[in-house]
Write a protein that binds this ligand. Structure first.
Ligand code: SF4
Ligand code: SF4
Ligand code: ZN
Length: 148
């Protein structure tokens, strides 16, 4: 996981289906997914989050914890959605980076999201390693975290 794959909002783009799908060119399997290189590499913000706030748009902060309004209402609602559906918290991520630094964060997340079978990175949007679990996604395109 590269530091540039940690978005300002605390999202880990390396876990995102738009990022991972692009890496394996998932649309060749009949999917119709948007592809994304990640928030920072893309340079135009996040496909999922739509318009970013002015501070993010103008690149005044690298991470939202540098902002006086952190955690703003918008970030709290995004965080709630991700905690509920995708088993990660942007706000926890950001607090960890603020307190422990980016290197410690990357080390922790690399371990936490590694596929136990092949070591590739699990996708937070479905809970699957796309190397080992693509068949599950092919048989149920809405598959998410063990739901059948
Ligand atoms: S869609 Fe958003 S979360 Fe996904 S890789 Fe792109 S910027 Fe990151
Ligand atoms: S207002 Fe601050 S905390 Fe909210 S999204 Fe913008 S930079 Fe992040
Ligand atoms: Zn795997």
């Amino acid at each position: 996981m590269d530091e540039l794959l940690i978005a300002p909002c605390g999202m880990i783009c390396a876990l995102c289906i738009a990022y991972q799908g692009r890496l394996i060119d998932i649309n060749k399997q009949g999917f119709h997914r948007k592809y994304c290189e990640g928030c920072i590499p893309r340079g135009e913000g996040c496909l999922h989050m739509g318009d970013t706030c002015d501070k993010l748009k103008n690149k005044l902060v690298r991470f939202c914890y540098e902002c006086g309004d952190f955690p703003c209402k918008r970030l709290r609602s995004l965080d709630k959605r991700y905690r509920t559906k995708y088993r990660m918290s942007m706000i926890d991520n950001l607090r960890f980076i603020d307190e422990n630094g980016i290197d410690a964060f990357l080390e922790k997340e690399n371990a936490e999201w590694a596929c136990p079978d092949c070591g590739a990175t699990i996708c937070c949007h479905n809970g699957l390693c796309l190397k080992c679990g693509l068949d599950k996604l092919l048989s149920n395109r809405k598959y998410r975290w063990g739901e059948e």
